[in-house]
Design a protein around this ligand. Structure first.
Ligand SMILES: C[S@@+](CC[C@H](N)C(=O)[O-])C[C@H]1O[C@@H](n2cnc3c(N)ncnc32)[C@H](O)[C@@H]1O
Length: 469
């Protein structure tokens, strides 16, 4: 088969996170955005790592697993979810099998404890980053998610199943206001335009909501003003209307803060060069496992709060008795795991690269009456060299790429008896586990926790113990 050839076949197996394999003349072909059992038509692409890649043209026949007939209206168009046509039990079975297979070289079959489901299967997301754009070139303003496989096109995700219901009200109100004011969206390739992102976060327990509208600083064009001063005046008036609009929405939750963030960097990510608080404050509070957490706009917090309680309870169980132990919480975010463990530990030291999150973690510890937590800002790779107190136990919760290869030997060199590794990407986990097992550790317990129903992702927790301890 050569590039461009059209072929048909049945997807035999899924590969994490969203590829399927089918066999054409005995040769495996990988195709994105498919499900096991689907009959598809695809076009042959080029070979990657010795495997032929195919581009999905269309699904000819649904998979026998696809028995949900009323998925989200944006399913298949929006790049967010890929499992919505599959009942939840089967979604869990698929994820469990994928994780089990990915880590099987390091995790014996009998040690893997299966998957725990999310308490909420819809409306579970407590954070959304919506992008401004258009659905088709020069179409009306859109606000939502990137279309599947598209760098430019945006689909306005009214009716999104996985976001909290208040998010839709905020999204619709913002889109209507920005459209009626004729504000242009920011075109990343040309670095032109104004509206960039809408960030919405909401606490599951307290109901507090934080909204941030992110724009460029290109005021004159956006507000058709003669000069920057005039543009600034019009911008202020616009943000007054924006803030009023949000305060007049009938939300189930309660607005904790409305922010305007200015971002003039060319990188297509939600960030702020300058933040103005338009209403309330620049943070909100969430409660998990009886503890209270201050969350700032960019600090990491698990996106499924109800699922996070299950994740952290499982971590607690794997960690075991920590009464006389000094615990390292590496990649600590706002210090959630550290604070869950602190009441039953001698001391916990958290290390986190985002300073804003470290500051929030310190405040959270005070808020929760914990005086045996210390939080250090810095890269785990470098910070491990400067911490004087050595750990008795280590908890790891790295970002999707896993642990830096040069940080791994520093972690294993402590020789602690137990390490608990929480991972949001099983392929990175599988890679890192091989290093741990080659360095004298063995997997004693492991399970997956589904924090992302409707999508192909899930968390995995592993308890590693030093061999012959
Ligand atoms: C998956 S989150 C875990 C956060 C926290 N444990 C929790 O459950 O909320 C990963 C965290 O690692 C941080 N991070 C990423 N790279 C890092 C590095 N090289 N050193 C320290 N922290 C890092 C991120 O900012 C993020 O807060």
């Amino acid at each position: 088969m050569k590039k461009g050839d059209i072929f048909k076949g049945t997807i035999e197996k899924l590969v994490f996170p969203n590829k399927g394999i089918l066999y054409i003349e005995g040769e495996p072909v990988m195709v994105k955005h498919v499900l096991a059992g689907q009959k598809i038509e695809a076009a042959a692409g080029r070979k990657k790592k010795g495997k032929m890649e195919g581009r999905l043209i269309r699904v000819l026949e649904a998979s026998p697993l696809e028995t949900v007939l009323n998925p989200c209206v944006h399913f298949g168009v929006c790049g967010g979810c890929s499992y919505q046509t599959i009942p939840y039990d089967s979604q869990l079975a698929i994820k469990e099998a994928m994780v089990r297979e990915l880590i099987q070289d390091s995790c014996p079959e009998e040690v893997f404890e299966g998957i725990k489901g999310s308490p909420l299967q819809e409306g579970y997301r407590n954070k959304m980053e919506y992008s401004f754009g258009d659905e088709v070139k020069d179409g009306p303003l859109a606000l939502g998610m990137h279309k599947r496989g598209s760098f430019h096109d945006i689909v306005t995700v009214r009716g999104c199943r996985i976001a909290d219901r208040d998010f839709e009200r905020i999204l619709s109100g913002t889109l209507e206001l920005c459209s009626s004011e004729g504000l242009p969206f920011y075109k990343k390739m040309k670095h032109l335009g104004y509206l960039r992102h809408l960030l919405v976060r909401k606490a599951w327990k307290t109901g507090e909501i934080l909204v941030a509208l992110v724009t460029s600083g290109q005021l004159e064009d956006a507000f058709q003003a003669e000069n920057r001063e005039a543009g600034k005046e019009k911008e202020e008036a616009f943000f007054w209307r924006f803030s009023r609009m949000l305060q007049n929405l009938h939300l189930d939750g309660k607005l904790a803060g409305i922010l305007h963030m200015r971002n003039d960097s060319q990188a297509d990510m939600v960030k702020s060069d300058e933040t103005t608080v338009l209403f309330g404050q620049d943070h909100f509070y969430e409660e998990l496992l009886g503890l209270r957490f201050k969350i700032t706009p960019f600090s990491f917090f698990q996106t499924n709060s109800a699922g996070a309680e299950i994740l952290y309870r499982t971590a607690q169980e794997y960690v075991g008795d920590t009464k006389d132990k000094l615990v390292y919480d590496l990649y600590s975010g706002t210090g959630t795991i550290a604070q869950v463990l602190a009441p039953v530990s001698k001391k916990v030291i958290g290390v986190e690269i985002v300073e804003e999150a470290v500051e929030a973690a310190k405040k959270n510890a005070v808020l929760n009456g914990l005086d045996n937590c210390e939080f250090l800002a810095g890269d785990v790779l470098k910070t491990l060299d400067v911490i004087e107190e050595k750990p008795d136990l280590i908890v790891l919760d790295p970002p999707r790429d896993g642990i830096h290869p040069k940080a791994l030997p520093k972690i294993t060199a402590y020789g602690v008896e137990d390490i608990v590794y929480i991972s949001c990407k099983p392929t990175s986990l599988a890679r890192d586990l091989k290093v741990f097992t080659a360095s004298g550790y063995e997997v004693k317990r492991a399970c997956a926790v589904d924090m992302f129903p409707g999508t192909a992702n899930c968390e995995t927790i592993v308890l590693l113990q030093r061999v012959g301890r």
